[in-house]
Design a protein around this ligand. Sequence first.
Ligand code: DSN
Length: 436
Amino acid sequence: MSREKYNQVFDLLEKHHKWFSESIPLIASENIPSPAVREAYASDFGNRYAEGWPGERVYAGCKFIDEVELITIDLAKKLFNAEFADVRPISGVCANLAVYSAFTNPNDTMMALPIPSGGHISHGQKKFSGTAGLVHGLNIEYFAFDREEMNIDVDQSKQRIEKLIENNNKPTFAMFGGSLFLFPHPMKELKDFLQSHDIFICYDSAHVSGLIAGKQFQDPLREGAQTMTLSTHKTLPGPQGGMVLSFDKYAEDIKKSVFPGNTSNHHLHSVAGKAIAFAEMIEFGEEYSVQTVKNARALAEALSSKGIVVLGEKNGFTASHQIAVDVSKYGDGGKFEHELEEANLIANRQLLPGDIKAGRDYKRPGGIRLGSSEVTRLGMKESEMQEIANFIHRIIVKKETPENVKKDIIEFRSQFTKVHYAFETLSDAYKYIKIR
Ligand code: DSN
């Protein structure tokens, strides 16, 4: 029985690899790391303990781990032009928790975006089981959001904050960034106002950190962010993980908050993978990011030209890797997420601004979110975005059966087998690694 299950797991893993090698991956929070990152991730580092800071560990056996972690820190600082980097957080949520713990107290008020306007669950209220409210006890108030602009409304947000201050509920912390993130947030425009009220500024670049590294999005540390948190596996094509970037004056508070505050052991194989991904991004990041944004725009334009509503049209649909498609006139995001998946096109349903008021919920929201980073890493360009838009149109508007479209997707996909923007690409992108 146990041997049967053992075999079954390997069988499922291989099936997953084959499926992804035949699919169009459009989940905006995912990416395909290079074979080099995957090799580092599979190393023995993943089986070790190295609590603490390099050179100050509480375990033996760390001499090579320390060297690698110091290289990772140096590469992170260079890639993001940051004074300080803590590469230990094991996810973006853990990075956010470390910053909340270091710079706020429970019951403080934080400004952030609600989920339908792009906020991430880790910025959320306790009643929605959001990390900030549930785990750190923060009270969350929302920035004002303009659906036409698909961005934070500066003047209305200032008015809201002034009102909170009048009501003795002054925010102490402001979180920019999020999960549905089409255009740079107006942090520069709000910075002086926030600082004049002694509100600490953090920028969650989980989604856009690869674009920031490639100099194709806003530069948070130069625009007012006192800390910047990120994931290392979305537009930044590293292993699953997180990171905090900041200035030297905040370094000690962040280090203590990460360890021992919010992590015991961090994931050392992930630290090694981060180093490899950062080195690749220093070399290839700009070229990859330019193409990622071009591809997102091309996909939005192609869908819009077919009559499908893409949000943010007023500002050119997107300045990031994401686009938000309003599918409510054809059905709902949950239904299309499923049908697209049946056709080997992997995307996720998305709550859009106005969905809750319209009576929609996260299971049947009005939108789908599409991300261009992984298909860009596979070498696709603008003309391939036209083809992807055709596949989506055939399912959502023409109501073709997913089985029909799937055959064409598998054929289309067979032309793109390798990861691009990497030093070494001997293995195919989704090759299953067998070492048993
Ligand atoms: N919830 C993820 C996303 O898809 O944006 C990030 O954690």
